[in-house]
Design a protein around this ligand. Sequence first.
Ligand code: 5GP
Length: 189
Amino acid sequence: MAESPVVVVTGPSGAGKGTLESVVLARMPELALAISATTRPRRATEENGREYWFIPLEEFERRVREGEFLEWVTYVSGHRYGTLRSEIDRIRGLGKVPLLDLEIEGALHVRDTVDGAVTIFVDAPSFAELERRLRDRATESSGEIHERLELAREQQKQAGEFDHVIVNDDVERAADELQAIVEGALHRV
Ligand code: 5GP
């Protein structure tokens, strides 16, 4: 039987992964976003169960122990983020393909452990642009922005680890590229 695909989108904070994903999800009903669990505080614009499942650390740790996560990491400011196996099952149960938005470590883990994973690195056109986008977003404190920028410098060096790299210079163009990659992956299986 052909392996069932999983699309993984990764890249530094501020590269615009989320925007590209929204465009492609709206265009491709066969794709569905896997909602991760996180211990980071909910932002004012976010809703529990829409961007993330926001859960306390104790619950996150218990669910790790119980093997509920496909992958999980400790990321910026010590917050945990993880992909629940139940999300993958739920999406596949709908006959759809899961789209995972992961930081690099989690993306590499899925690349190495999940058959049928297609990995895509989304980058900003330059470091200056990444910094500008992160500051404009201004959802993080300045300390966290600094931490995310330092991380981004390291992360940009890892682009070559992934199947595809998209430079998000223009949302429409980059979304077309992401859609073409995903369609290519879906038709391969
Ligand atoms: P944010 O706090 O801005 O929502 O997300 C920070 C980073 O966490 C993003 O790069 C996002 O891709 C990553 N992320 C979100 N959910 C998961 C997850 O379930 N696993 C991993 N490894 N990374 C995640």
